[in-house]
Write a protein that binds this ligand. Structure first.
Ligand SMILES: Cc1cc2nc3c(=O)[nH]c(=O)nc-3n(C[C@H](O)[C@H](O)[C@H](O)COP(=O)(O)OP(=O)(O)OC[C@H]3O[C@@H](n4cnc5c(N)ncnc54)[C@H](O)[C@@H]3O)c2cc1C
Length: 486
């Protein structure tokens, strides 16, 4: 039976966009459905990844300038820079990225239906347009890539005036003098450091006993020191009881209580609150029940390794299927879903993917940590390079941070890379490449790399690591000789 399209994709975030592009490259007829009235690109371009990182780059530039050339007339950044200028910069990038998505879809002959998409059957999608009409389309395959939304707080309200969320923070009209960030995830740490860089006094309230627990312990220690130096106060394991505006004092009061022994009610006065809690999948109104698509206990759509749901021709990718809920992973998932649908062999998303935390300083990691290795009973050695010992780090005023390699003591095989400092999210990819080909730390010693670069950290860390193996009793000759081919 002939259908309108080979594939209908609901949602144009990174998962939907990459799936559309890959499907069109296979010569397939593709329709994307997008419910946003104005923009394509989802959280990725409009409210999450791109705008938050554009704002971060602007804040980092201001911080770098101040650190290198000193505070101009001892004024804080918020006295010298307007939030409007920072947001204008963000808006220009957002518009450019949006236009790029639009152009790519047009160039690749992907049709776009504007409106809310819902399943009407295994092969049928109904689109409710913004003027209230409905259109129905059929396809051999359907990809659900509708993303995720924040879970609202239970004991106070996000009013988008005093209490902001990840969207309304992007509309704020001035750099606040004080900000309370409520949250404990990556975005909370990122925004805390972005505003601290702008001179804002930041307090972070986390309901968890700790934050970013997946980090290597040394990287975490460096991060803690850096947050302390930036004047960010962190209160862990607390429950926020109330957020209210005091007209008398013209301040917002955040009342919270520690969840441990000392349960006294504490109050912090602030100009604004930024709430960054957990997220839930966008499945409301999709009619998943109509075709019997299974979800897990947190309502994320269940898929197999090929991103196929329990219904043969319906796939799902991106935030709507849960972990890791990153634009980076969503791009791969959407593309691979298309490959699997159309029977084109493709590699699976590798088990080990890099994580980037765009705090100031930046953090990135891949593979196992030193503490993971200990728990797994692996004999590993670590090698470190401090950015203050790297020429490029000093030249570029980026001497804060370190790169740490975790490798097998016996085979020298690289098992993990952990970086804190300038360009960490970019630097990680050299380690990722070596790891993905099963390489060992001698790669960084034997290959000529551009100089001066931050990548020199790999060479220094590798030497530092093999020196440690040598000191433990292994002859240097044996370390440097590659016996893997024998
Ligand atoms: C503040 C913040 C910062 C972030 N920073 C990073 C980062 O630095 N790096 C990173 O990798 N990730 C980051 N992320 C995560 C990243 O944005 C998401 O993982 C990614 O956007 C998910 O992609 P997606 O395709 O699943 O969904 P989305 O990008 O959310 O797109 C889903 C699209 O589907 C549309 N839609 C929903 N329901 C329907 C429907 N029924 N019909 C039609 N259309 C529909 C939506 O309008 C939206 O356009 C960040 C997220 C936030 C909130």
């Amino acid at each position: 039976m002939s259908r309108d399209y080979d594939i209908i994709i609901i949602g144009t975030g990174p998962a939907g966009f990459s799936s559309a592009m890959q499907s069109s490259k296979f010569g397939k007829e593709v329709l994307v459905v997008e419910s946003h009235k104005k923009y394509l690109g989802g959280t990725w371009i409009n409210t999450g990844t791109v705008p938050s990182k554009a704002l971060r780059e602007a804040a980092k530039n201001i911080l770098d300038f101040n650190e290198q050339f000193g505070d101009h007339e001892h004024k804080k950044p918020y006295e010298r820079f307007q939030m409007d200028d920072l947001l204008q910069y963000k808006q220009e990038i957002l518009e450019k990225e949006n236009q790029k998505v639009k152009n790519d879809l047009i160039k690749n002959k992907v049709d776009v239906a504007r409106g809310f998409g819902r399943l009407k059957g295994k092969h049928t999608v109904e689109v409710e347009t913004h003027i209230g009409s409905t259109e129905t389309y059929t396809a051999d395959y359907i990809l659900v890539s509708t993303g995720s939304s924040p879970i609202p707080p239970t004991n106070f309200e996000v009013d988008n005036d005093k209490v902001l969320d990840y969207k309304s923070i992007l509309e704020i009209t001035h750099i606040p003098r004080r900000l309370v960030v409520i949250g404990s995830g990556v975005n909370a740490i990122e925004y805390a450091t972005i505003f601290a860089a702008l001179g804002t006094r930041v307090t972070l309230l986390s309901d968890k006993k700790d934050y970013l627990t997946f980090l290597d312990h040394e990287i975490k220690e460096h991060l803690q020191n850096s947050l302390r130096k930036k004047g960010i106060t962190i209160k862990k394991n607390v429950r926020v009881e109330d957020v209210s505006f005091s007209a008398l004092r013209n301040f917002t009061e955040v009342k919270f209580r520690s969840k441990s022994e000392d349960k006294r009610l504490q109050v912090v006065e602030t100009e604004h609150v930024l709430f960054l809690g957990g997220r839930k999948p966008n499945i409301d109104g999709l009619n998943l029940d109509t075709v019997g698509i299974k979800t897990d206990d947190r309502n994320f759509i269940e898929t197999d390794d090929s991103f196929k749901t329990n219904v043969d021709n319906i796939y799902a990718a991106g935030d709507v299927i849960g972990f890791p809920r990153l634009a980076s992973a969503s791009f791969s998932q959407g593309r691979l879903a298309a490959c699997n649908m159309f029977g084109i062999p493709a590699l699976e998303v590798p088990d080990q993917i890099p994580y980037g935390i765009y705090a100031i300083p930046e953090i990135s990691n891949i593979g196992i940590t030193e503490q993971d290795a200990e728990e797994m009973g692996l004999d590993v050695t670590v090698g470190r390079a401090y950015f203050k010992n790297i020429a490029k780090g000093n030249m570029s005023n980026n001497s804060e941070g370190l790169l740490k390699l975790v490798f097998s003591t016996n085979s020298l095989k690289l098992l993990g890379v952990h970086i804190l400092g300038a360009d960490a999210a970019n630097l990680i990819h050299l380690g990722q490449s070596v790891m993905s080909y099963g390489g060992d730390v001698r790669y960084f010693i034997n290959h000529v790399m551009n100089y001066p670069t931050m990548s020199e950290a790999y060479r220094i860390a590798a030497f530092n690591g093999v020196n440690r193996v040598h000191k433990a009793g292994v002859k240097y000759k044996n370390i440097l000789e590659d016996k893997s081919e024998e």
